[in-house]
Design a protein around this ligand. Sequence first.
Ligand SMILES: *Cc1c(COP(=O)(O)O)cnc(C)c1O
Length: 366
Amino acid sequence: MTKLQPKDWIMGISPYVPGKAASDDGRPVIKLSANENPLGTSPKVRDAFMAAAADLAIYPDPGAGPLRKAIACQHGLDPARVIYGTGSDELLHLAASAYAGPGDEVLYVRYGFSVYDIAARRVGATPVIAPDKDYATDVDALLACVTDKTRVVYLANPNNPTGTFSTREEIARLHAGLPENVLFVLDQAYAEYLDAEEDDLGLELARSASNVFITRTFSKIYGLAAERIGWGYAAPEVIDALHRIRAPFNVTTAGQAAASAAIGDNAWVTASRAHNRKWREWLAAEVEALGNHGLKAVPSHANFLLVLFEGALTAQAAFNGLMDAGYAARWLPGQGLPNALRITIGTEAQMRDVARLLREMTEMNG
Ligand SMILES: *Cc1c(COP(=O)(O)O)cnc(C)c1O
C-alpha cells in the first residue's frame, strides 16, 4: 500500500510563526510583536469599511477597479499595472509560483522576511541565503550568490526583522547586477515610514524595468491588517502572469472600500510616520543607554526596533520579563536571532513602560 504523502518540499517548510497575542498561560497581552499601527485605523477608513456591509451578499469587484485607480492616482502609476492580493503575502507567493519551480533557486538575505523561505519551498524551488553585513543587506554578497539557476530575488526594504535599509544607489546597483531573467521582488511593506527623500525609488525602477516587482501592504501604516490587503506594481507581462494564478476574488469588498479610503488619507500616514519616528528614536536612545549592560539597537527605518542582548540579560529572559509585565515582543530564535528581540513601536505609554522594564531587568541582572 502506498501512503498519501505531501510533496517532500512541502514537509521541508517550517510553518510561519505569528507574533504572540497572549502569554503561554492565556493572559491577553499588549502586542508589540506584529508591527501593527499603535494609532489604529483612521476614522475615514473605518467608515468606508462599515458602509460596505450593505453589499455582503455580492461577490467583490474581481478587478478591484476603484482601488487600483486610487493607488495609481496616489503614486502616479498606470492602474492597469497595479495588482492586489490577500495581503502582500499572497503577492510574494505569486511571484515564486509564476517564476520558480523545482531545480530553480530563490535568493534572499540572511535575516530576511520569513515568508520568502515558505514561498520558495512551496513551489519546490531551492532557497539560497546570502550573508548579511552587521544585520543589514550586503548587495555584493547577494550578487555573488546569483547563479544561472536563480529565478527570483526577494528583498524587503526596510527589512524585517532587522529594520535596516538599503539606499536607492544600492537598490539600483543590485538591480543592474541581476540578469534579466531574474525577477527582483522589492518588498516595500514599510516604505510609508520613510521620509520622502529617503525613497529607494523602487516604483520608479518598476516603471521601466521588465523584471522588477514592487509589493506594498495596507497592514502596517494604514492600520488595516485585519482585512488582508496588499498591492503590487510591475511590467505588464509580469502582472499578466500573476493575475493568472491569484485567487479569483482575493480582496474583500469591505477591504477594497477601506483601502481605497486609506490610500488617500495622507494626514493619517503623516501622523503615524511622525509618531513612529519620535518613539523609535526615543526607544533606541533608551536601549543605547543600557549599552554597558550589553544592549544594542540595530539602526531601524521601520516601525520596530531590533534589540540585541549581548550581556548578562539574555533576549529570552527579556522576552519572558516583558511577557510577565503584559507585553509580547518578538523573539526570533527560529530565524537565527536567539540574541535579539524585535519590538514594535507602540504608544508613548507603552514605550516608556517597555524602556523602564528593560532598565529594571538589566539592573537586576547586574
Ligand atoms: C508585514 C510584512 C508584510 C505584509 O504582509 P501582509 O500580508 O500584507 O499583511 C510583507 N513583507 C514584510 C517584510 C512584512 O514585514
